[in-house]
Design a protein around this ligand. Structure first.
Ligand SMILES: Nc1ncnc2c1ncn2[C@@H]1O[C@H](COP(=O)(O)OP(=O)(O)O)[C@@H](O)[C@H]1O
Ligand SMILES: [Mg+2]
Length: 255
């Protein structure tokens, strides 16, 4: 089981949009995939047309043994399940704090699913909280979408400093740009220069696009209503590059 988390301290940068499209792509290749909506706003649950209701709420999930057969929802897409979010998730931090090991709550919840799924995608809420510390601890890959501006890069640098202090060595951080608008000089400059200082940034980027924005109306991944679009191709390229990056890192570790 591999855990990919869509994370940024900021909101509105494309975490949910990317999580839904990458989870769809993962599932479409036959990998048993699950997406966990961790945000009380329930964006992923909305995009996948699943009722945002969690039996027992966040409290039940953290304090009791989760009854996954009741909690997991089918999305209607082959190989893709969803663990939805409801408004009780706003108290997730409170319940995690009351645990003996506050940073291990998510690990305990997901552990029983390790043989059920190949890929799990965590759609994280913005912020830097106990919940996110849990996410950093259990994730294999932290996918960080950023809008290409100097301020976003500053926030990204801060995140890396934080992670270095936390010694989250196992965690592979993969940043990439979303909502790229080539007609904006600042976007052109930032995307062009980023690799000099940050070679870790993916070459693939996701454009700012009304086709992607339309997910809010269609309530489904881009592939379902614009399969042949440039945008669908961009998400495919992104997923391919993520997989390639992981393979490179794995083979380096073996040497
Ligand atoms: N590449 C894109 N082009 C245009 N709009 C986008 C793009 N990615 C996301 N959006 C829109 O931006 C808003 C925030 O995206 P979302 O994925 O919910 O961000 P986050 O989860 O980081 O808060 C949504 O209205 C979404 O439709
Ligand atoms: Mg979101």
């Amino acid at each position: 089981m591999k855990i990919y988390s869509l994370y940024n301290i900021k909101g509105g940068v494309g975490k949910t949009t990317t999580a839904v499209n990458l989870a769809y792509l993962s599932a479409s290749t036959g990998a048993r995939s699950m997406i966990w909506d961790l945000d009380p706003q329930g964006g992923t649950s909305y995009y996948l047309c699943v009722k945002p209701k969690v039996k027992g709420g966040a409290k039940g999930l953290i304090r009791q043994k989760p009854q996954f057969d009741n909690l997991l929802k089918m999305t209607g897409y082959p190989n893709l399940d969803l663990l939805p979010a409801d408004i009780s998730y706003r108290n997730m931090d409170h319940y995690l704090h009351q645990e003996i090991k506050p940073n291990s709550g998510l690990h305990r919840i997901l552990h029983p699913l390790r043989n059920r799924y190949d890929n799990i995608f965590l759609d994280c809420p913005p912020g830097l909280t106990t919940l996110t510390e849990n996410v950093f601890k259990i994730s294999d890959v932290l996918l960080v979408p950023l809008i290409p501006t100097p301020l976003s890069l500053r926030a990204y640098n801060r995140l890396i400093q934080f992670l270095v202090k936390r010694r989250t060595k196992k965690l592979q951080v993969i940043p990439f740009f979303n909502m790229v608008n080539a007609s904006k000089p600042i976007h052109r400059i930032v995307t062009k220069n980023v690799h000099e200082k940050h070679p870790i940034f993916l070459r693939s980027t996701i454009p700012e696009s009304t086709i992607i924005e339309a997910m809010g109306i269609k309530r489904s991944p881009v592939f379902t209503y614009a399969r042949e679009s440039t945008e669908a191709g961009k998400f495919q390229d992104l997923w391919k590059e993520i997989n390639k990056r992981e393979k490179t890192i794995r083979s380096k570790k073996k040497k």
